[in-house]
Design a protein around this ligand. Sequence first.
Ligand SMILES: Nc1ncnc2c1ncn2[C@@H]1O[C@H](COP(=O)(O)OP(=O)(O)OP(=O)(O)O)[C@@H](O)[C@H]1O
Ligand SMILES: [Mg+2]
Length: 267
Amino acid sequence: MTAETSTSTAPADRVDLRDVCIVHGRGSSAVVAVEGVDLTVRPREIVSIVGHSGCGKSTLLRALAGLLPHASVQGNLSILGRSPEQARKSGLLSMVFQDPVLAPWRTVEGNIRLPLQVARGRERKPSKTISEQLEVVGLGGYEKRYPKQLSGGQRQRVSLARALMMEPQVLLMDEPFGALDEITRDEMHTELLRIWGTTDASVVVVTHSIPEAVFLSDRIVVMAAHPGRIADVVEVDFPRPRGNDLKDTPEFARIAHRIRTALEENR
Ligand SMILES: Nc1ncnc2c1ncn2[C@@H]1O[C@H](COP(=O)(O)OP(=O)(O)OP(=O)(O)O)[C@@H](O)[C@H]1O
Ligand SMILES: [Mg+2]
């Protein structure tokens, strides 16, 4: 193969799921939560997953993070050519949850340091200090604060700073702004895109909010339930950087309508 025809220079997919099936429990109480899911995520792509409650979004994300028992996951799951668990343990992948899960007795700095201590001896080292990472998420100078001294949005920023410390190439987020009020949510949308712009990460984000999905994503995966499967994939090609005024445009409304219709058809 010549250099011109070789595909080896094309960036490989960061996430590659083939025929993924996930079953919770065993025997008569087993629940097929996800079935036949094929999904790839390219470098620096933002993909959101939307779907009705219980359709398997969190299950799929937890499988991607290597947080489910091996026996419950079938099919091929590859994160940068590794198993999800290996990718997470080597710091190539990290996850942000709806609840920032910060230890209340640790300062902001202590909370961010925790996974770094666990990661000692990993092949990759962070290139930013904790203070530099806090600057990136807009919390410069908050090192010594405790979680109870922060607003909900600030706690979620700490959680994001912690997830970004190892400079993951895949960032998974499960309803990261679900617990925030609408104004803070809007602010966090533009902030997330700004912060993502400073990284090399691909993002997979689960959300219940159609505008959030349209605003953030390059592609939106609509899931159907019972069992959870991919019903539709919608491309969103608004140029970046994106500002909140995008949400008032007819094209934004058109894509949001398409997602809403797909959700109604897959109830
Ligand atoms: N540990 C578990 N054991 C048994 N069943 C489970 C378990 N976790 C989830 N399920 C079931 O799997 C299905 C998918 O759950 P999942 O949490 O992935 O849904 P979801 O799409 O994230 O919903 P939501 O939008 O409400 O967060 C549901 O039917 C749920 O009851
Ligand atoms: Mg969920």
